[in-house]
Write a protein that binds this ligand. Structure first.
Ligand SMILES: C[S@@+](CC[C@H](N)C(=O)[O-])C[C@H]1O[C@@H](n2cnc3c(N)ncnc32)[C@H](O)[C@@H]1O
Length: 210
């Protein structure tokens, strides 16, 4: 039997193939990170971290905490603003923020294996025009863009960047802290999220400085 197929049919089949390829190679963030949560290698060096190695251990916020942070950030963020994550791990807060709010995001991370994962995820999610990956020490990072700054660092590390954070607040940025906030300054909003609501988030804006 001879099958006759017109050029138009081939074009349509090719288009269907391209759409399928694009959808299958671009997972949703939830699918992508849930896969990784089950991967024992998600934080291969986490167990070897000892205090003093860096400003916080390499552990990622779980997805419901990522969503809790972004729910808190939502009223303060537009497509024109920038979200920073200082010590961003695999960059999940940045990628999800840019996907959800179409905003720019900047993630700074010192661990090479997490930066590699972050870069791969930015590529897989086709977010290179929105998400900036900064490999290096967050102590060196300029917070010159106005927006939301996410911090999940040890309390003594927060103190090390305190003046930088206060400067950003004065310029109009909003700070969201996971677990440990700014010592001696009353937060504007507190939210709980995560498994059994066991994760505390603290939001500060310029009004907290008065
Ligand atoms: C507690 S984890 C938080 C990760 C991410 N922000 C999140 O909430 O999922 C802290 C991260 O900060 C990174 N870190 C620690 N010291 C750093 C430094 N000096 N510069 C950049 N990143 C650093 C760690 O490697 C780790 O990935």
């Amino acid at each position: 039997m001879q099958l006759e197929t017109s050029n138009n049919t081939w074009i349509i089949l090719y288009q269907v193939y391209c759409i399928q390829w694009q959808t299958s190679s671009r997972p949703s963030i939830a699918e992508m990170y849930l896969d990784e949560e089950e991967d024992a290698d998600v934080n291969p060096l986490g167990h070897f971290w000892i205090e003093g190695d860096s400003l916080a251990p390499p552990c990622q916020a779980e997805l419901d905490v990522v969503n809790g942070i972004l729910d808190l950030a939502e009223p303060y963020i537009t497509a024109e603003s920038t979200l920073y994550d200082l010590g961003c791990g695999d960059g999940r807060i940045c990628t999800e923020a840019s996907r959800r709010f179409k905003c720019k995001s900047i993630g700074c991370e010192i661990e090479p294996h997490l930066i590699e994962r972050f870069r791969n995820n930015v590529h897989r999610l086709d977010l290179a025009d929105k998400v900036k990956v900064v490999q290096g020490d967050l102590l060196e990072l300029e917070l010159d863009q106005i927006g939301v700054i996410v911090v999940y660092l040890l309390p003594e590390s927060v103190e090390m960047i305190r003046s930088k954070l206060i400067g950003a607040l004065e310029r109009g940025s909003v700070l969201i802290f996971n677990t440990w906030g700014l010592k001696g300054i009353q937060y504007k909003t507190k939210a709980t999220c995560g498994f059994a609501d066991n994760c505390n988030l603290f939001l500060y804006d310029a009004s907290c400085l008065i």
